[in-house]
Ligand binder design. Sequence first.
Ligand code: AMP
Length: 112
Amino acid sequence: MSDSPTLFERIIAREIPSTVVYEDDRYIAIKDIAPKAPLHLLVIPKEVSTRVDEITDPQEMGELWLTAIKVARQHAEDYRLVVNCGKGGGQMVFHTHIHILAGWEGGPDQDI
Ligand code: AMP
């Protein structure tokens, strides 16, 4: 992991503005700046790991997903959770995060 703060650490520190929709002592959720769905949120652990598969503690992993589900349910009944893992998986920001995507009329534009 690099020593310089990640984009999301700078958002957590309020050095970069964002729209925060949820925050507790361990997680923050923000609106994605370039939404790929009518609702597009990012759930970000404050404790930095580069990618989700670096998290080996089941409790930590469970908490991350339960937080994403909680935030998703605050905004939508149905939703999609996505994690891009590594460059080849489409990851651009190397600070673990879960995408919440929702709000399409009649379901997502694209099936996976
Ligand atoms: P990923 O490709 O999984 O790493 O996703 C990174 C996401 O961060 C992308 O969907 C970007 O649109 C989003 N993003 C990049 N910069 C910002 C920012 N300043 N505020 C909010 N979201 C951002």
